[in-house]
Design a binder for this molecule. Structure first.
Ligand SMILES: Cc1cc2nc3c(=O)[nH]c(=O)nc-3n(C[C@H](O)[C@H](O)[C@H](O)COP(=O)(O)OP(=O)(O)OC[C@H]3O[C@@H](n4cnc5c(N)ncnc54)[C@H](O)[C@@H]3O)c2cc1C
Length: 383
């Protein structure tokens, strides 16, 4: 497994390594993986060998001990090549690995993290339910304490890596108060754990998404993360890095659209000239670059705040809203630059448009994130 250390030099090394891997091992297969709705064989093991499944994890557990800046750089590179694979990578490395490292005990980390960092086991996180999405705190999955285990009942919806994962952080209600929620580590082999149907999606199709069902699922007492009632704290701790990670996925998509559009506009002839010579086409490409750079600045600023150990609630929300909406717009413009070929499946931009749209929804919709930005002003003003 490759080992990295946190410094500007090593950041460059990580980016170059991931870029080369993604160009060779992911980009050429992205269309096929999208069509066949599957991940590349053994991809988690290979990402583990690359040393990027535990970017933020301490070295003692096999991690690279880097920060949010490294996370966003890697997300952009993977998403540039194959956004769907990057989404599964994010669910594993941030929603499971990073979250457990922030909130779990030494014993829990020792049991799960080294195997997750090597890619031996695949993780995910289950918060959303069939009837509870944006209002996550209103979840109804319940865990009831018995003598030597918890009994978990309920179901979770839209879970990235659900159909293939070995272990999940699952949020469930453990009391009557609205915030009486707790976090559990739930393994696929626990009795009463069922994988529901795999969902067929518009985009991000290489990332397997599914429903998880718990029917009197027996979870050992030692798999409670932290204390009962701590789940909201756990969620909050992880949200900022999750959101900048998702935002950086939009960056990768926008850059892929920009590169494809520029190349096509420089080659395509109409009216005996390259279409880049028509200003309405070149303006679109200029605007793609402007949007990409602006989003990049927001994302790197938010990542910097996280790496300084401060909460980046507003910054991360702003970065995700701006970057995801920018990427959808850029992808739609890329289709326009390609004309009829943009609408055809053999060309990558229509897939990138389908992939881009998810990022306005997952990890907090743009509507909810705008609410959060405004609520944060009210909180800061003490009103
Ligand atoms: C491909 C994919 C992967 C996912 N992966 C995971 C995962 O790994 N783990 C996980 O737990 N979840 C996952 N999700 C779930 C995702 O986080 C939710 O879909 C998202 O939070 C929105 O919830 P919802 O779909 O129930 O929409 P709803 O909450 O029902 O929202 C519907 C619409 O109403 C709007 N709305 C709702 N409330 C408000 C409000 N107060 N103000 C303004 N507008 C509002 C929303 O913005 C949206 O436009 C995934 C989803 C997808 C599609």
């Amino acid at each position: 497994m490759t080992h990295y250390h946190s410094s500007a030099h090593n950041m460059r090394e990580v980016i170059q390594t991931v870029r080369a891997f993604a160009a060779k091992e992911l980009a050429p297969y992205a269309d096929e993986l999208d069509r066949e709705e599957r991940l590349a064989p053994g991809i988690f093991k290979r990402l583990g060998d690359l040393g990027i499944l535990g970017l933020t994890v301490n070295e003692e557990f096999g991690g690279a001990q880097m920060g949010a800046l490294a996370v966003v750089a890697v997300m952009e590179e993977l998403s540039y090549a194959c956004p769907g694979t990057c989404l599964s990578y994010l669910a594993h490395s941030l929603l499971f690995v990073h979250n457990l490292c922030q909130n779990g005990s030494e014993e829990q980390l020792a049991k799960y993290i080294p195997r997750a960092v090597s890619g031996e086991i695949v993780g995910g996180m289950a918060m959303t339910e069939p009837n509870v999405g944006s209002d996550a705190i209103g979840m109804t999955t319940r865990a009831v304490k018995q003598e030597d285990h918890y009994l978990l009942n309920g179901s979770k919806m839209f879970i990235s890596n659900g159909p293939i994962g070995d272990v999940f952080l699952v949020y469930a209600r453990t009391g009557e108060g609205r915030q009486d929620l707790s976090t559990f580590i739930v393994e696929r082999d626990f009795p009463g754990f069922f994988v529901g149907k795999k969902l067929s999606k518009m985009g991000m199709r290489s990332s397997p998404t599914g429903e998880l069902v718990f029917t009197n699922c027996k979870v050992p007492l030692e798999n409670l993360v932290g204390e009962e009632g701590f789940a909201v704290k756990h969620m909050m701790k992880n949200l900022d890095i999750e959101r900048v990670g998702l935002a950086a996925m939009s960056l990768g998509i926008a850059r892929a659209c920009l590169d494809n559009s520029l190349k096509y506009a420089q080659e395509r002839l109409q009216f005996s000239q390259h279409i880049i010579n028509f200003q309405s086409v070149s303006d679109k490409i200029a605007n793609m670059y402007i949007g990409y750079r602006a989003a990049r600045a927001l994302i790197y600023e938010a990542a910097q705040v996280i790496d300084e150990g401060r909460r980046a609630n507003q910054e991360a929300a702003a970065a995700k809203v701006f970057a995801s909406e920018m990427a959808t717009k850029v992808a739609l413009d890329a289709i326009q630059v390609f004309g009829g070929y943009g609408y055809i499946r053999e060309f990558p931009v229509e897939r990138l448009m389908r992939d881009a749209k998810l990022l306005e929804i997952g990890g907090g919709t743009s509507e909810i994130l705008r609410n959060i930005i405004v609520k944060e002003f009210t909180r800061k003003n003490g009103k």
